[in-house]
Design a protein around this ligand. Structure first.
Ligand code: ADP
Length: 397
């Protein structure tokens, strides 16, 4: 059987096709700038034991349906073809950002599930509409496949109520569903599973640190998320590429009142102009690293703030877990940026962390243990694979 995994954004679409049960990726790809006359498609075919070969195309893709139709053409026809017909896809797995309190695991899509995802548009206006559209289009283009939704929030539905509730009047939770949801669940779940396997301890106490454009951490014990740094939206917690992370809510009131910002301007400021972009002038940690090496004081301070926030959460989550077996770094920055990992693990001897400088610097692929042999807590780098995790959850369902 083949499982096709789709991650639908408002102007982009990422996909990966797996052969099951051997978990062999057949191809992956990305359609960017959907809605423009010059959309770009990158399609990679994985030969068995051979490096992936990429096909690039620039063409007009007026809407999402046209984009997915083009992908189906690439999958089934021409030099990038890996299957003969859409009928060879048994399951389409969809990443859906917000599952609210309704979804705690992978879910077979039917009319009621679609209606529920639609109900959640209000909680995730930037993401759920695109995810919903992805499901509807995939239903038309893969009529013989089962559609499965895998939610970014589902893994964090195990948080105890004292961890997910805000200290606001109760009605705002019971009537408006204002609470912590947490995001990046698929990634935290995947790396936590890999780490537990590596440690040969299914009950391991783990702190997973996902540092990409968006950044979040989770406290995980026995494969269950106990707390996470993102909240009602992905804006809370760590300093991110362009998002502020934690902030005194009064700053918003000050912006909206005396400083005269509109709600929309505050949204743009906090989501798109803050974080490392606001502090250092770039949201890409590679730029910040280069600026630091060139002696830029703004970059140095930005990195200090970024790492300090991570260390604060490590301390908090060591308390949540009442101990710690491993810290896991993942995603673009977490997997690649040795300096960030070094800073994030600094001055944590009290918690039993001892980073091995040489292992931290070595860039070998796959899971890496970058702690000193004597470190009480293992420090791991584990490449995330959200697509594979989604496919696994689809297959399990
Ligand atoms: P997303 O959250 O969009 O899925 P990724 O996990 O792909 O993001 O991470 C993207 C970020 O990773 C980039 O913005 C960049 O800051 C960072 N990054 C990628 N490669 C490196 C690297 N070699 N060194 C430092 N940072 C990197």
């Amino acid at each position: 059987m083949n499982i096709f995994v789709v991650n639908s954004g408002s102007s982009s679409l990422k996909y990966q096709l797996f052969n099951w049960p051997d978990e062999q990726p057949l191809c992956s790809g990305l359609v960017e700038r959907i809605g423009s006359a010059e959309a770009e498609i990158t399609h990679r075919v994985f030969g068995v034991g051979a490096p992936a070969e990429a096909l690039h195309r620039t063409l007009a893709v007026p809407d999402y349906e046209a984009g997915l139709r083009e992908v189906v053409r690439l999958l089934t026809d021409g030099p990038g073809a890996v299957i003969r017909a859409p009928a060879e896809v048994g399951i389409v797995g969809h990443r859906v950002v917000h599952g609210g309190e309704a979804f705690t695991g992978p879910t077979l899509v039917d009319a009621a599930v679609k209606a529920k995802i639609k109900e959640l548009f209000g909680l995730a206006p930037l993401h759920n509409p695109a995810n919903y559209q992805g499901i509807e289009v995939a239903e038309r283009l893969f009529p013989g496949a089962r559609q499965v939704a895998v939610f970014d929030t589902a893994f964090h539905q195990t948080l105890p109520e004292y961890a997910f509730r805000y200290a606001l009047p109760t009605a705002l939770y019971t009537e408006q569903r204002i609470r912590k949801y947490g995001f990046h669940g698929t990634s935290h779940q995947y790396v936590a599973g890999q780490a537990a396997k590596y440690l040969q301890n299914p009950d391991a106490r783990l702190i997973t640190v996902h540092l990409g454009n968006g950044c979040s951490m989770a406290a995980v014990r026995g494969g269950r998320s106990l707390d996470t740094s993102m909240g009602f939206s992905p804006l809370a917690g760590l300093v991110m590429g362009t998002r502020s992370g934690d902030l005194d809510p009064s700053v918003l009131l000050h912006l909206l009142g005396p400083l005269g910002y509109t709600t929309e301007q505050v949204g743009t400021l906090l989501n798109k102009e803050s974080g490392m972009l606001g502090l250092a002038g770039s949201n890409d940690l590679r730029d910040v690293g280069r600026a630091l090496a060139a002696g830029d004081a703004r970059a140095a301070l930005a990195l200090d703030i970024y790492a300090y926030r991570i260390r604060q959460y490590i301390g908090a989550y060591a308390a949540v877990l009442n101990g710690l077996d491993a810290i896991v770094f993942t995603a673009g920055v977490g997997e690649n940026d040795a300096l960030v990992r070094d800073r994030a693990c600094q001055d944590l001897e009290f918690f039993g962390l001892a980073l091995d400088a040489a292992r931290n610097e070595a860039c070998t692929p796959g899971l890496r243990d970058i702690s000193q042999p004597a470190s009480r807590v293992r420090i791991l780098v584990i490449p995330t694979n959200e697509e594979l995790e989604i496919a696994r959850q689809c297959a399990t369902l």
